[in-house]
Design a protein around this ligand. Structure first.
Ligand SMILES: O=C(O)CCC(=O)C(=O)O
Ligand SMILES: [Fe+2]
Length: 239
């Protein structure tokens, strides 16, 4: 690899490689790591820049000071996930919502996820009017979805994106997800500039990320739920 990797990039790389080796458990992991490390490392490096650029753009446009944006970005950790969606049982009607929904509507609990789709469509995001919008798998494009921790840091200004995976073509689908999240033990709260006593009172108490993940997934409530609001919301909030 040309440029030496930083600590963060190495962690990303190792987590990515472990996931690859888990998925292809029949291959020798050492061989697989050798083959994949350059690709995943280069990919992660690019994704890290994209993740930072998007968060910076959003936070600065909301009025957060540059130094605070920088320290927020410095508090993040990252992972790479490789997903494969096999063909579903044959479906006759390609439009049957139930039969072709691979991953139910949900919000990610992390900070931000950047999704790369390969050739086969699948990702859909829910618009403000409740309609599902298909994100076309155009080469060279990425979908960036805000997670629940981004809602906390932006004091509710950026709601977590509701999305799902639906494969009406019933073809095998691959996607790669680059996620930014929080270090173990991190407690995240609204950035100072985004809270005021007028229009933007504090919407969430400081949120211990590990405890929130335990709360949300411990309750066996997949898909859409109001776990964030129940865990650290102030006032009634929105579901
Ligand atoms: O594979 C995709 O396009 C999205 C997957 C997803 O939303 C998730 O894993 O949380
Ligand atoms: Fe997701």
């Amino acid at each position: 690899m040309g440029t030496p990797l930083s600590g963060t990039q190495t962690r990303v790389l190792m987590r990515g490689c472990c996931l690859v080796s888990r998925i292809h458990s029949t291959l020798n992991p050492a061989m697989l790591i050798g083959v994949c490390s350059q690709t995943i490392g280069a990919f992660a490096k690019g994704m890290l820049e994209l993740d930072h650029a998007v968060q910076k753009m959003v936070l600065e446009s909301l009025g957060v000071r540059k130094e605070r944006v920088d320290s927020h970005l410095a508090s993040l950790v990252y992972d790479v996930r490789l997903s494969r969606y096999g063909a579903l049982a044959p479906v006759t009607a390609g439009d049957d919502d139930e039969a072709t929904t691979y991953m139910v509507a949900h919000r990610d609990c992390s900070m931000v996820t950047t999704i790369t789709q390969h050739e086969v469509e699948g990702l859909q995001v829910r618009g403000r009017d409740g309609a599902w919008i298909t994100v076309a798998p155009e080469p060279g494009t990425f979908a960036v979805v805000a997670g629940e921790m981004f809602t906390v840091v932006t004091n509710g200004r950026v709601p977590a994106c509701v999305h799902r995976v639906r494969t009406p073509s019933n073809r095998e689908r691959l996607s790669v997800l680059f996620g930014s999240s929080l270090k173990h033990g991190a407690v995240v709260g609204a950035l100072e500039e985004l809270v005021d006593h007028g229009r933007h009172p504090l919407r969430f108490r400081p949120c211990d990320f590990d405890e929130y993940v335990k709360f949300r997934f411990g309750q066996q409530r997949p898909g859409l739920n109001s776990a964030l609001q129940e865990f650290c919301g102030i006032g009634t909030g929105t579901k």
